[in-house]
Design a protein around this ligand. Structure first.
Ligand code: PEP
Ligand code: MG
Length: 658
């Protein structure tokens, strides 16, 4: 049984999507292969799959042989055709995800190693920030193979010993994964390493060598080195970074075989700069990260796991120093600049003073904003301005709360639909929305109903080919045509409203009848829940104002709903007729253009006159230069990515004092 398809997984089967694909393949009994350009590899090995280098929009064939071959091919093809397959918020495999799921660019890498005028070393600027601290050299001894030739009987016993070592490493990683102290991002990284520790290629190739008479430690070292070299030789920074992962997992298996523990980072002093040839993501994720002041490494690049962990914990890091890192072994103090990739050992007094001053300025800036986190900003007349968070998944709640969000002004439900291979059930949605409502109660959480179109397909919804998907069958238009998708979401929202302050808003509205039809469906859903004896509560209904049509009929819309939320991202592109994704017309795509600002003002006026709340959830809501204008127009809610909340609150407080 085989089927071909074009891969739609965003950026192809690298890292996480590959390991997810493998896990799915392993859930079937059948032998499964994936074929690209005539080359077939087992779909049950992430290493092989990653090395096959399957990219987005390439044609592949999935081939299965066994009792469940039909199901396997169908499921794997479905996965390959889903653009968001394998994507998680804590995507930990090279591409760091921001709070809203967008890719966060790593600090620009400067891979050339050179002497600098100040006598320092320059490497890859992998995690921004400046640090000065005592040097903590971490150079665990290299594991040397024993180079013993085994008899066939010894080889069998060695295979068993090897199996136990692999299980011990897996168990240790499982224990770390089960621990509560592990940050979400680090969990993803350890999970990826855990997958490698169970990989058919790594384990299978080492076993083959042992069977041929090589002792287990030598077999693991050779296999890991060979695979690392393969990962290192492909032209893909994500895959290059996996070379370090394979070596790290190989080392753990060797240590287990030798009955040794790795050198621990437990004793690292507060604020110390960790200097290492290579520090496995595995070691780093278990290290007391709060005590680490900075990281300097011979290995690693901007997309390696060390870089991702460092960035997500705010630890400045310079990686990729190569063999020169051993020059730092005897240093007593290190100054490093994670923005430029510069490392200075035992800095002279004036150099150190310069670094310390930069640290002080950064701390001051952070603290200055921190004090606004818990502020409730008000207008001069005392009206509270709600500064809320835009989020797309429950995993982002903690960050939003920590940033001082006064509720959620936009919960994008698309992720929920895009991250699964099937449409999410009503129960699953109800649980998600209820958890969100509970987390922020009594603050409101504004959940936006599914806003999806042909540009971001979802498994389970057939979209027609469209010339202009942004002007096509999307958002509320699609939902009204598909009550089988829309009603379960509305029912889930009604059920969740029992648990907190749930508000619901409709995206892409351009006509009054769309709101009326949605209300009829909501009534129908409420009737069915009553009939079925299911608890629910009514929610406030609002609309997003993101089409020029909605702006022009805002006075009529205001009579139908309880609030407006201005979606400036789309409103700008539709008012200016400038595609928000097309950089060539980027200059036109400017929210501050008088035409867009006039549209915002018209909306605000209609809302204020009708006595309903007017908020904003487009990117512009976070702009300190525009916030005064928005408040003047009458907006009382601004929703943004959590990282911008303190700055926005500060701006509002300043305004009320002016
Ligand atoms: C907007 O259009 O401003 C908005 C918030 O929605 P999205 O960015 O999800 O289209
Ligand atoms: Mg929009």
């Amino acid at each position: 049984m085989e089927r071909s398809t074009i891969v739609r997984v965003h950026e192809g089967l690298h890292a996480r999507p590959a390991t997810r694909f493998v896990r799915l393949a392993k859930s079937f009994e059948s032998e499964v292969e994936i074929v690209k350009a005539g080359k077939a590899v087992s779909a049950k090995s992430s290493v092989k799959l990653m090395l096959l280098g399957v990219k987005e929009n390439q044609e592949v064939t999935v081939r299965a042989n066994g009792a469940d071959a039909v199901e396997a091919v169908e499921a794997l093809i479905g996965y390959l055709e889903n653009p968001r397959a394998g994507i998680e918020e804590e995507d930990a495999d090279g591409e760091q995800k921001g709070i809203n799921g967008e890719a966060v660019k790593p600090v620009t890498a400067s891979p050339t190693l050179q002497e600098t005028p100040s006598g320092g070393l320059r490497g890859v600027a992998a995690s921004e920030g400046v640090a000065v601290g005592p040097a903590f050299a971490h150079f665990p001894p290299e594991i040397r193979p024993q180079a013993r030739t085994l008899t066939p009987e010894e080889a069998e016993a060695e295979i068993v010993r090897f199996g136990h070592a692999v299980s011990a490493v897996q168990a240790r990683m499982d224990k770390v994964l089960a621990s509560e102290g592990l940050a979400a991002g680090d969990r993803g990284i350890v999970a990826a390493l855990r997958d490698l520790a169970a990989d058919d290629t790594l384990i299978g190739d080492a076993e083959t060598m042992i069977r041929a008479g090589t002792d287990a430690v030598a077999a693991v070292i050779a296999t890991a080195a060979r695979l690392a070299a393969e990962f290192g030789s492909v032209e893909d920074p994500y895959l290059n970074a996996r070379a370090d992962d394979v070596q790290a997992v190989g080392r753990q298996i060797c240590l287990a075989l030798l009955g040794q523990d790795d050198v621990s980072l437990e004793d690292i002093p507060q604020g110390a700069i960790l200097i290492a040839e290579d520090i496995g993501a595995w070691d780093l994720s278990r290290a007391p990260l709060k005590r680490i002041g900075g990281i300097v490494c011979g290995h690693g690049g901007a997309t390696s796991h060390i870089a991702i962990i460092a960035r997500s914990h705010g630890i400045p890091a310079v990686l990729g120093l190569g063999a020169r890192v051993s020059d730092l072994r005897d240093a007593r103090e290190i100054a490093l600049d994670g923005n430029s990739g510069l490392v200075v050992a035992d800095p002279a007094a004036d150099v150190k003073a310069g670094y310390l001053q930069r640290i002080e300025e950064a701390v001051k800036e952070r603290h200055a904003l921190d004090v606004f986190k818990d502020v409730t900003p008000k207008r001069t007349d005392g009206t509270v301005i709600e500064v809320a968070a835009n989020i797309g998944s429950l995993e982002e709640i903690e960050a939003a709360q920590a940033a001082g969000a006064m509720g959620v002004g936009l919960f994008r439900t698309e992720l929920l639909f895009m991250r699964h291979m099937h449409l999410p059930s009503e129960d699953m949605q109800a649980e998600t929305y209820a958890a969100l409502a509970r987390a922020f109660a009594p603050h409101p959480v504004i959940v936006r109903t599914l806003d999806i179109g042909g540009d971001k397909p979802v498994a389970g919804i057939e979209f027609p080919e469209e010339e202009n998907p942004f002007l096509g069958w999307r958002g509320i238009r699609m939902c009204l045509d598909r009550p089988d998708i829309f009603k379960p979401q509305l029912k889930a929202l009604l059920r969740a409203a029992v648990h907190g302050n749930v508000k619901v808003m409709l995206p892409m509205v351009s006509d009054l009848t769309e709101v009326r039809r949605a209300k009829t469906l909501i009534d129908e859903c409420a009737g069915e829940l009553t009939r079925d004896g299911v608890y629910f509560a009514h929610f406030h209904l609002g609309v997003m104002i993101e089409t020029p049509a909605a702006v022009l009929i805002a006075p009529a819309l205001a009579k139908e709903v309880s609030f407006f939320s201005i979606g400036t991202n789309d409103l700008t592109q539709y008012v200016m007729a400038a595609d928000r994704l097309n950089p060539t017309v980027g200059a036109l795509n400017d929210v501050a253009n008088p035409a867009v600002m006039a549209a915002i003002e018209m909306t605000a006026k209609a809302g204020v006159e009708a006595g309903i709340m007017v908020g904003m959830c487009g990117e512009a809501a976070a702009r300190p230069d525009l916030i005064p204008e928005f408040l003047r127009m009458g907006l009382t809610e601004l929703s943004m990515s959590p990282a911008s909340i303190s700055r926005a609150k500060k701006r509002i407080v300043e305004l009320s004092k002016e």
